[in-house]
Design a protein around this ligand. Structure first.
Ligand code: AMP
Ligand code: MN
Ligand code: MN
Ligand code: MN
Length: 278
């Protein structure tokens, strides 16, 4: 039997990726992924197209979304897998996230205008083409207008915490997000846990709260994690009896370090999130 290769975290241009859902799926298939989740930020609009493309490419598509969550002053990302994309409660929740993003976007835009970057809100919306508005769209605008040399630079100069256009957002808490995910029959996974720069005790606190709220998984094998971080997350996974997930967080073929299918292995000690999938 051919190997099963999982990549359970990726983005299309329906959020802040650059490829269409079809092109993301085709790239996954080309790279040898056999079970692939499309997990656009706060949106499931690409799933229908991705499912068709997956059928044609002969791979399995897991319907998902990556939801922004507020926890103790931090912004945490929860990847929801195997969601029913027609569930009314999930769709209503995601619509509220879309509105939060627009409200935040206006404030980010004002901040950037004050920095002499022109009408960044209009520019970013134009780049997002009416879809989910993310900080990456502001990043692309800033690069396009010559205010930053690339997107990481735009984040560092303007968009991250402590920088002039950073805008805190009151994302819903874990309990609320879990209601949407449960209503849609999905499994919730904490995305890229090492990226939040939480202290060990805060991370443990997060995992306890998440587990208590009904969360099931931890993205142990993330392309952005070091070997040591993968091991650390694997240990936490066992300690809190969470299931391990794996994903590249693919956005853009130019970002080769997070190319689709570039997913480290899950340490053998972990129980994978796909254990009970058929
Ligand atoms: P948002 O959900 O709109 O707040 O934006 C978060 C997204 O921005 C992440 O999913 C990444 O795609 C991107 N991102 C976050 N931090 C950085 C960074 N330092 N450099 C480049 N991209 C980043
Ligand atoms: Mn993103
Ligand atoms: Mn994320
Ligand atoms: Mn992501």
């Amino acid at each position: 039997m051919a190997d099963v290769v999982y990549d359970l975290h990726s983005h299309s241009y329906l959020s802040d990726g650059v490829l269409s859902p079809t092109d993301v799926v085709n790239r996954a298939a080309e790279k040898g992924v056999t079970v692939h989740a499309l997990t656009d930020h706060d949106c499931v609009d690409g799933i229908a197209e991705a499912s068709e493309a997956a059928k044609a490419a002969g791979i399995k598509l897991i319907p998902g979304t990556e939801i922004s969550v507020g926890w103790a002053n931090a912004e945490i990302h929860v990847v929801a897998l195997n969601v029913d994309v027609n569930n009314a409660q999930l769709l209503e929740g995601l619509e509220s996230q879309k509105q939060r993003r627009l409200t935040r976007g206006k404030i980010i835009g004002e901040g950037l205008q004050k920095q002499g970057c022109g009408d960044a809100y209009a520019g970013a919306r134009e780049i997002a083409q009416g879809e989910i508005l993310g900080r990456v769209h502001f990043g692309r605008y800033l690069v396009q207008e010559g205010h930053a040399k690339d997107i990481p630079h735009a984040f560092k100069k303007y968009l991250i915490k402590g920088k002039p256009a950073y805008t805190p957002t009151s994302w819903p808490d874990i309990e609320e997000i879990m209601q949407w995910v449960n209503a849609a029959g999905g499994q919730a996974v904490i995305a890229h846990p090492a990226r939040y720069k939480l202290t060990m005790s805060k991370l443990r606190h997060l995992l306890r709260d998440f587990k208590e709220a009904g969360g099931q998984g931890l993205e142990v094998a993330a392309a952005s994690h070091s070997v040591d971080q993968i091991q650390q997350m694997a240990n936490l996974c066992n300690e809190y009896q969470l299931l391990a997930s794996a994903g590249s967080d693919f956005h853009d073929p130019a970002m080769t370090w997070t190319d689709i299918g570039r997913v480290p292995a899950i340490p053998k000690q972990c129980v994978p999130i796909w254990r009970d999938w058929d």
